[in-house]
Each structure stands twice: as C-alpha cells, then as structure tokens.
Design a binder for this molecule. Structure first.
Ligand code: UDP
Length: 331
C-alpha cells in the first residue's frame, strides 16, 4: 500500500516523505509548490503537482486503489497572516480539507493523519495543556484547523474512516542526516529567523513583545524537533493500520522556552551576537503554550530523541548553512 502525503514538498511534510521512504513505504506526494520545493521529494517517491482541494485530481489519485492512508500536511500556517487574511485560511485549511475528506470517503481510504496545531487551545488557562482542556482558538489559523478536527470526528462516526490528529507545538530543527530542513526564505518562525540572523542572511531579529505574563515577559513555546514529530506520525500510521481507534494527541515535549531564551541559545551555539530589537506584540500570539505530552507517549509509545534545544538549534544552523550553499549553487 502507499501513503498520500499532501504538502510533501514542504518542511514538515518533506520530513514525513523521507521517514516513510526510510521505512520502506510507497509514497505519493501531492503539492502545489506554493511554499514547497520540487527538489525536496526524492526520486523514490511519486510526485504530483496539484491542489489537494481539486476533487477530480484527488479522485483520480485515490481511485487507483493503492493508497490506504492520507497524511495531510498542506496548509497555510502563519498566524499573523491568518489575522489579516482569514478567508484565505478558511478556504485553504478548512474548505479544501472538506473536499479532500469527501474524496477519501468516496474512495474508501481507511486512514487519515492530520496536522493540527496547539493554536486550537488559544490562550490556555494553565500549562502544560492537555487534550481534554478547553478548545478556544484566538486566531483564524487555530479556528481553521479546529474545524477540520471536528469534521474528522463527525466523518469517523458516519463512515469507515479512522484518523489521528496531531496537535503540533512549535516545530523546529532539521533532518539529523542533513537531507532537509526549513527552506522557506521568508519564513517567520522564531528559530529559523534567529539562525538566519546569526548567519547574516537577515538583518537581526525583532522580539514581538516582552510584556507577557511569563518569566521574562516574552512568549513561551514548546519547540519540538521535526524528526521526533514525524516519528509520532509513523506511530500513528502503525496504530491506524493495526485497527486502533481515532485519536487526537499533543506533540511537544512538556517544556517551554521563552523567545529571549531561544535567542540566547542561538547566539551561544552560533557564536554570533546578532542585533535583537524589542518590539510590540504580534497579533494572535498566546503568552505560553506547553504540551502535556502523556497521551502521545502512552498511546502511541512515542520516545523522542532530540528534545535538547541546543541540538535543535545546531540542526537548524547546519541546515541554514547548507541551504545557503545549495541556493548559491543553483542561481
Ligand atoms: N517571534 C519573535 N520574533 C520573530 C518570530 C517569532 O519574537 O521574528 C515570537 C512570536 O511572537 C511567538 C514565538 O516567537 O511568541 C513563536 O513564534 P513562531 O512564529 O515561531 O511560532 P507560532 O507560535 O506563531 O506558531
């Protein structure tokens, strides 16, 4: 059987493709290359250029009958952009996911793995956050993803489809073998921005708010290494194929770092004292998000390997250097 990976040319989806191929799985990548890269998909995987919201295209892929699982990564993921352009997020993340799910049901695909987000919790009452805590997203991004979780729950009750929804905390780092990492030049995510600043690929870094109710005033996040995150997806696939129940799990380590702490680690590991400007809050940011990660460990048997922040930063720096050289080589 094969796994269809939407968004497989992107950062997290691309690591899924590598891990599936490493595990000997057949992989079909579907990506419109809006933010992903064609070179991210190895020869061993089939690559289809297209939109996961194109019902006829999805039907034609699923009708072949060799796909038993969809891992759905393709999405818009930038919180401030979701605040200024909410309809883009409801279209791309919610409405198109409905089309994909409809095609999955129509073509009897039994397993679905969904990239959800800690943003479904909004501003949590306390940390760590557990899956049973209140769901109250404070931005369109979180709402656009939560609606898909609800669709999945309803679809799984009405049809023979089971799912695992993984609520990602802050994904960072790169493939330990150096094959892939975060490659979007205009990426907005903190560790990416910080390593770019350290390597002189951008002019310093702005800290978005130091007036939050946290230990140093900057926002606290649970940074999860991308290969560890993908390992949870492989376990989820195994769980579903063994007949396991539908499941929703947090993916994080249960510890948080503030923005200022992350900046210090990047400065220390890189040895570069780049410029840091203290700025105003960014729209849609909760003060702190730390995963209660018992369920993913207990239910799926997840055993992370790369929780050390210095390791994550080192991987991100190594990839950023490599990417820079690759890009120079191509231009
Ligand atoms: N952040 C920052 N400067 C940046 C990028 C991010 O201060 O250049 C902060 C951001 O406001 C948030 C945290 O870092 O508090 C993590 O943001 P990121 O965009 O990495 O992930 P998010 O939590 O929004 O998914």
């Amino acid at each position: 059987m094969a796994v269809l990976v939407t968004g497989g040319a992107g950062y997290i989806g691309g690591h899924m493709v590598l891990a599936l191929l490493d595990a000997g799985e057949k992989v079909v990548v579907l990506d419109d290359l809006s933010t992903g890269f064609r070179w991210a998909t190895p020869e061993a995987a089939e690559f289809i250029l297209g939109d996961f919201g194109d019902a006829a295209l999805i039907d034609s892929i699923l009708a072949r009958g060799d796909i038993d699982a969809i891992a759905h990564f393709a999405a818009k993921i930038v919180v401030p952009e979701s605040v200024t352009n909410p309809l883009l997020y409801y279209e791309n993340n919610t409405a198109k996911a409905r089309i994909l799910l409809e095609s999955a049901v129509r073509n009897h695909v039994p397993h679905f793995i969904f990239s959800s987000t800690a943003a479904v919790y909004g501003e949590p009452a306390s940390n760590p956050i557990f899956e049973t805590d209140a769901l109250a997203p404070i931005n369109p991004y979180g709402r656009s993803k939560l609606m898909v979780e609800w669709m999945l729950q309803d679809v799984a009750k009405a049809h023979p489809l089971r799912f695992v929804a993984l609520r990602y905390f802050n994904v960072a780092g790169a493939d330990p073998k150096g094959r892939l990492g975060q490659s979007t030049p205009q990426a907005t995510h903190l560790i990416k921005v910080a390593v770019q600043a350290a390597l002189g690929h951008r002019d310093g870094l702005d800290v978005f708010g130091v007036d939050y109710p946290t230990r140093d005033g900057s926002c606290v996040r649970d940074y999860i290494q991308v290969t560890d995150l993908i390992e949870a997806h492989l376990l989820a696939l195994r769980h579903l194929r063994k007949g396991g129940d539908s499941l929703t799990c947090n993916c994080g380590y249960g510890r948080g770092f503030s923005v200022l702490e992350v900046v210090e680690v990047v400065k220390h590991i890189s040895g570069v004292d780049f410029e840091v400007r203290i700025g105003a809050r960014r729209a849609g940011d909760p003060a702190a998000l730390v995963a209660g990660a018992d369920r993913v460990r207990d239910t799926l048997g997840w055993l992370p390997k790369f929780a050390d922040l210095a390791t994550i930063v080192r991987q991100a720096l190594d990839w950023e250097r490599r990417l820079h050289n690759l890009t120079l080589g191509r231009s």
